[in-house]
Design a protein around this ligand. Sequence first.
Ligand code: S3P
Length: 434
Amino acid sequence: MRRVRVRPAPGPLAGALGLPGDKSIAHRAVLLGALATGTQRIRGLPQGADVRASLAAVAALGARVEPDADWTLVHGAGRRFGAVGPEVIDCANSGTTMRLLAGMLAGGSRTVVLDGDASLRRRPMERVAAPLRALGARVETTAGRPPIRIHPGTLRGIDWTLPVASAQVKSAILLAGLGAAGETVVREPHPTRDHTERMLVAMGVPVERRDGAVAVRGGTELHAIDLTLPGDPSSAAFFAVAAAIVPGSRVVLRDVCVNPTRDGFVRILRRMGAAIEYRNARDVGGEPCADVCAAAGVLVGTSIDAAEVPAAVDELPVLAIAAACAAGETQVRGASELRVKESDRLEALAQLRVLGVDVTVVPDGLVVRGTGGGPLGSGAVSARGDHRIAMAFAVAALRAPDGIEIDDAGAVDVSFPGFFDRLSVLGAQVEVLA
Ligand code: S3P
């Protein structure tokens, strides 16, 4: 599937949807399972290409993976993880696979090269290489980008302050810290997703958390666990925005992870005027989870600043679509990280202009002047190889009476195979053009 045209549903969106398992937690379940002793049993592993990249990588590096309809088993390699396997590991499109693996392999006994596709090869890797070198690892990047070469090394704990809020870099340092002598501390400018910390604790590793800092001690063994994955809030966000912008809609998203380091989009959408409620709040696999009921509202623009970005970082593309439908101006600042995701998401979102939306791109964000509930224009945009851009514009199409043509729409398979089917179930008209 290369090109699709999405047109609005004939009426309001209504219904209940399940979502793929959370991608961030899934990567960690697979990667930490590979480092553990015993068998990690993971229920609800998402089928997207990113998580498959983590599965293939750990299988190549000494863990044994047994896929099953419901449960995926990862038989851990323990301390022998990375000691065997090919020299080059392909991380495909997945930054999480590459950065977390870099941390896991940093204290290893042989050279491993981490590589990826054209998009991953454009992404910054010094942010992870620099702290790993400070730990004593020998790491080379290719002019700051992949491929990354990790040579054998002996690690000593460090106290590292992240210049940029990044859960991937925080996690890489903590995972390297597990193989380092003494204590490793990571300090972050703003709190980022804490799935690594939660899972380490569940797997028997003491993690100390104090005032913006996280610390682990080297030498503790990880014990495999049984884990059910909650639904991915980053996937849920597309349907929450869809419900918010199509008048009269009400959609229930079942079993969504609502960890406060991930549900910033809900706080932002509520502030804009959408009606969003959590029902049946519970714990799933050590993570807060709820059914998210999202309904249409009269949306107004808002301001999103650097402190709010980490908890909504992957949802900002679809929040820009909500902003395009709102009354007044939405300002997004402190979000230059969006330039180094699977695409330069700030420039990719400037394609809202094709739909007649007034957008200004600034170095660290966007200013969107919304239509105030009026329809969006129609036209053709490109996903630019980026799953979240493809899905964001598909949601925009729900307010574009003549539809939107999306090129490179197959990118959705990175995190959400079946996304367009779910959108059709809600009534949207999806036509595959090529
Ligand atoms: C992720 C962290 C975020 C996010 C990415 C997944 C993770 O990236 O954008 O999609 O699983 O740790 P950064 O760590 O670069 O902020």
